[in-house]
Design a protein around this ligand. Structure first.
Ligand SMILES: [Zn+2]
Length: 429
């Protein structure tokens, strides 16, 4: 069933929330408002009516930064489990980082990955390709070939692009309309440890300064991954004022937690970049509010049970995020008056859409990628309810308000009132 009449919801489009109905026919948005109601009455095909009263209806969320782990690390996550988690979180498109085994670094591997996605993904998956072969930092991948086959974003995420090659990478990407997504971490400034004291803010912003200078020289489209400190927000703001083609993202955990929140099990608060100070957190919120930061991205990084207990020196970095992103941000930022709901929704739809070259806007004729959010729904985060294989979340046991209740991809329900609809799982990709 890909015909829907979503009625009485508060619909987010053109940057505003307005009570109106939406009609979706054959998986595409057919009409809004009174025109939708009229067409619904006159339509002879079967249509599913959905009461979206007390809910917000938005374009499905777009996540520019997830780790699906497949191929290579299927004990942590697969394309299937990761995209079920995405659907449950209201995400209809996720951009998958290439730190898999093998990494996505060639056209041949792109085809292999696309076949896996075709077979098992519950939502749209757009691969991000590695900047260098094997993500090894030396030889540059076939960027032009990958762009030719539809890749737009490039990253060696987990590792930054080294000084010796980054200018050449930017020059190439500028000429083929690719986007460099850099993981900002100047390794020479790292110290031993797992948290803020080991990965100081300078390791991020000194590299960002280097990159922005090169953006000015090459005019490469540049996207700064997971900003974590106040100085980085300042630098992006200044670069935008100067008209440089830069964008930036921030994660839910950096917007809602600081180093002072770290508790047992500490592995669930251990990620790169690390949690920092309250001043940094407030600067990130302000950056998001003013539009200096374009997008919320989860940096969903599932791991197995190895982060459950006492932390150890090689404990892997990263936390899961797809299933909790909206309720965590709505409860922490919108209900507290720090951020407008419209701004949060834009940062999950049109903001990332603009970075990646997709619309993210509800429009007549567009595919029905939609999330319905119940703003009254209150739920406690429980690890054993996750669709993700990763349970490494700092929010386990906490109660949040505002949960996705229906996710449509191409007009097909991929998540509904608690579980993905397996009947329809093969219909749309
Ligand atoms: Zn990263």
């Amino acid at each position: 069933m890909n015909n829907w009449y979503l009625h009485d919801g508060l619909v987010f489009r053109n940057g505003r929330l307005l009570k109106e109905d939406i009609l979706i026919l054959k998986g595409r948005i057919a009409a809004f408002g009174s025109e939708a109601a009229r067409m619904r009455r006159e339509c002879s095909v079967p249509i599913r009516d959905y009461d979206a009263g007390s809910c917000v209806v938005s374009h499905g969320f777009i996540d520019l930064h997830v780790h699906l782990r497949e191929p290579g690390f299927e004990s942590k996550e697969t394309i299937e489990t990761g995209t079920k988690a995405a659907a449950a979180g209201g995400f209809t498109t996720v951009y998958a980082m290439p730190n898999t085994e093998p990494p996505l670094d060639s056209v041949e591997r792109l085809f292999e990955l696309k076949e896996r996605i075709r077979q098992s993904a519950f939502v749209g998956v757009e691969p991000i390709a590695a900047v260098t072969k094997g993500r090894a930092g030396g030889e540059i991948s076939d960027l032009a070939g990958l762009v030719h086959h539809g890749v737009r974003l490039f990253s060696d995420d987990g590792d930054p692009v080294e000084s010796g090659i980054i200018k050449g990478v930017m020059e190439q990407l500028a000429s083929i309309n690719g986007v460099l997504v850099n993981h900002l971490e100047e390794k020479s400034l790292l110290r031993s440890g797992l948290f803020w004291d080991a990965v100081p803010p300078e390791s991020e912003y000194i590299m960002l300064e280097r990159d922005l200078t090169l953006v000015a020289e090459t005019n490469c489209r540049y996207h700064a991954a997971h900003l974590s400190c106040a100085r980085s927000v300042e630098l992006i703001g200044k670069a935008k004022q100067e008209g440089l083609p830069v964008t930036a993202e921030v994660t839910p955990h950096h917007l809602t937690l600081t180093k002072d929140d770290i508790a047992f099990p500490e592995g669930n608060y251990q990620m790169k970049p690390p949690l920092r100070t309250e001043a940094d957190r407030l600067a990130l919120i302000e950056g998001l509010r003013t539009g200096v930061i374009d997008a919320v991205a989860t940096d969903h990084a599932p791991h197995g049970r190895e982060k459950d207990g006492v932390i150890y020196p090689d404990s892997p970095f990263g936390v899961t995020g797809l299933e909790t992103a909206f309720p965590v941000l709505y409860s922490n930022l919108v209900l507290t008056g720090r951020l407008q709901l419209e701004r949060l929704l834009a940062a999950l739809t049109t903001g990332p859409g603009k970075v990646a070259g997709q619309s993210g806007e509800l429009k007549i004729g567009e595919v029905g990628d939609i999330v319905v959010l119940d703003l009254e729904c209150r739920r406690t985060v429980e690890a054993d309810k996750f669709f993700s294989r990763g349970t490494n979340s700092p929010y386990i046991g906490q109660k949040f308000r505002g949960w996705p209740v229906l996710t449509l991809v191409n007009g097909v329900a991929k998540y509904s009132a608690g579980r993905p609809d397996p009947k329809h799982s093969k219909e749309a990709h």
